[in-house]
Write a protein that binds this ligand. Structure first.
Ligand SMILES: *[C@@H]1O[C@H](CO)[C@@H](O)[C@H](O)[C@H]1NC(C)=O
Ligand SMILES: *[C@@H]1O[C@H](CO)[C@@H](O)[C@H](O)[C@H]1NC(C)=O
Ligand SMILES: *[C@@H]1O[C@H](CO)[C@@H](O)[C@H](O)[C@H]1NC(C)=O
Ligand SMILES: *[C@@H]1O[C@H](CO)[C@@H](O)[C@H](O)[C@H]1NC(C)=O
Ligand SMILES: *[C@@H]1O[C@H](CO)[C@@H](O)[C@H](O)[C@H]1NC(C)=O
Length: 393
């Protein structure tokens, strides 16, 4: 009897050691996997665009995704703080701020924000769904679709440290910027092994951009001064000097990425035209998500359908006024509103960009008024870019 008891005790001890070993190995395994996940799986997307080109809308398409930490225009703080400087001089400060935010080092805002601050001090914080959900704000889940207004009412008073804490929990960091004019400034980020940066270049017909800029003349005056290096003087873009710079930068970015294509840009650049997005929202969204390695959930798809068809919750305010029925009208509105004289001027300034990006110039007022004449040409197929960057569904 004694022998049997001893044996079973030994067996029990043996089994306990075995179990402990298994638990230890399992814990180690998951830990290692967790670490390697962190290193390799983060995706950094920069939506590179220009004022009044639909980038807030595109930003929302990413911001509402439960895997995405999104900030709109973090470099706004750089420009506001150093408003007497020029876009060219500020470019590297913008680049470095972007890099820090991509790596969730939010202390970079120490240079631009007061010491005693909370989440609501961040420019346009409430359009960032990630700043409206746990762990940044306890009122919403990250899978919720959260409107700017609801978020603003509930989430503004949380401590600033929550921004960094939240950022670290996401697999995808997406930033939207209109304050960068030169792709080469981003080379060091594109080759940085701690980053996995992809550039989503959003463009829009310059004539439609001007029409939209005319509705926001005051709001753009300070930025215009920085683009034109006026030492802090606000200016109206009456001679389209800012548009000239904007168009020049689109050419620079697009040509660098598609014609000079340094090898590190392979699969890291995608150009989207706002007009294509408006006429086929779901198709374009799927391509952008594919580029970003994001999955479209049923809930997001339903929300996107709603906002592009003008109904359902969340479609009232914000940048969601596009309905697919009047999508063509929205794209074409400039033809009814701008004078032929103005259109000629814009075309003069932006000719290179328009030819490159597929926006047909008009020669006569007759063409301006003939709305059956489609001025958005089909995307060019001859580019290296389309065959290798864009994956067809
Ligand atoms: C947080 O932000 C709100 C709104 O801007 C402000 O009223 C409040 O004083 C801020 N709190 C702190 C601790 O900074
Ligand atoms: C810029 O403006 C400030 C005043 O706002 C002035 O003191 C400074 O001299 C100006 N700099 C240049 C280069 O004109
Ligand atoms: C895309 O994301 C999935 C997980 O959702 C991951 O397994 C895969 O490796 C990612 N692909 C790329 C190219 O990053
Ligand atoms: C889309 O709109 C429909 C009808 O108004 C609504 O039932 C649905 O919940 C909306 N979807 C989302 C995700 O908001
Ligand atoms: C499109 O615009 C035209 C002229 O501005 C207008 O008459 C028409 O009702 C609009 N269509 C829609 C669907 O909004």
């Amino acid at each position: 009897m004694v022998r049997i008891r001893t044996t079973s005790a030994l067996v029990a001890i043996f089994l306990m050691i075995q179990a402990a070993l298994l638990i230890f190995m399992f814990a180690r395994q998951t830990n290692i996997m967790g670490q390697s996940d962190k290193k390799t799986s983060k995706v950094h997307i920069l939506i590179l665009s220009s004022w009044r080109s639909g980038s807030s809308f595109v930003g929302q398409l990413f911001s509402q995704h439960p895997d995405v930490f999104y900030l709109m225009e973090p470099a706004w703080h750089v420009w506001v703080t150093m408003y007497q400087s020029s876009a060219k001089v500020l470019q590297m400060a913008v680049r470095d701020l972007i890099r820090s935010v991509f790596l969730c080092d939010i202390s970079v805002f120490d240079a631009y924000l007061p010491g005693n601050r909370n989440i609501s001090d961040l420019f346009q914080w409430a359009v960032s769904r990630a700043l409206c959900a746990v762990p940044a704000c306890e009122f919403f889940q990250r899978t919720d679709i959260i409107s700017e207004m609801t978020c603003k009412a509930l989430c503004g008073k949380y401590p600033f440290g929550n921004v960094e804490q939240a950022c670290k929990t996401y697999s995808h960091i997406v930033l939207k910027e209109v304050r960068l004019f030169d792709l080469t400034a981003l080379y060091s980020l594109l080759t940085d092994p701690s980053m996995n940066l992809k550039i989503l270049h959003l463009v829009r017909d310059p004539r439609a951009v001007v029409k939209s800029r005319e509705q926001a003349v005051k709001a753009l005056a300070r930025d215009n001064g920085i683009v034109l290096n006026t030492n802090g003087t606000k200016v109206e873009d009456s001679k389209y000097e800012v548009m000239r710079e904007v168009c020049k930068s689109h050419v620079q970015i697009y040509e660098t990425a598609t014609q000079k294509f340094p090898s590190f840009l392979k699969d890291r650049y995608m150009m989207v035209r706002y007009e294509d997005l408006v006429s086929d929202p779901l198709g374009e969204i799927l391509e952008m998500y594919n580029f970003a390695n994001l999955t479209l959930t049923n809930k997001l798809e339903s929300w996107m359908y709603n906002i592009t068809h003008g109904h359902g919750p969340g479609s009232r305010k914000e940048a969601f006024k596009i309905t697919s029925r009047d999508a063509v009208n929205v794209s074409q509105a400039w033809r009814n509103i701008l004078s032929f004289h103005k259109i000629r001027k814009i075309q003069e300034v932006c000719k290179g960009a328009m030819n490159l990006l597929g926006y047909q110039l008009i020669e006569t007022e007759k063409e301006q008024n003939d709305l059956s004449l489609d001025l958005v040409l089909p995307r060019q197929q001859h580019q290296f870019a389309w065959s290798s960057f864009k994956v067809k569904k």
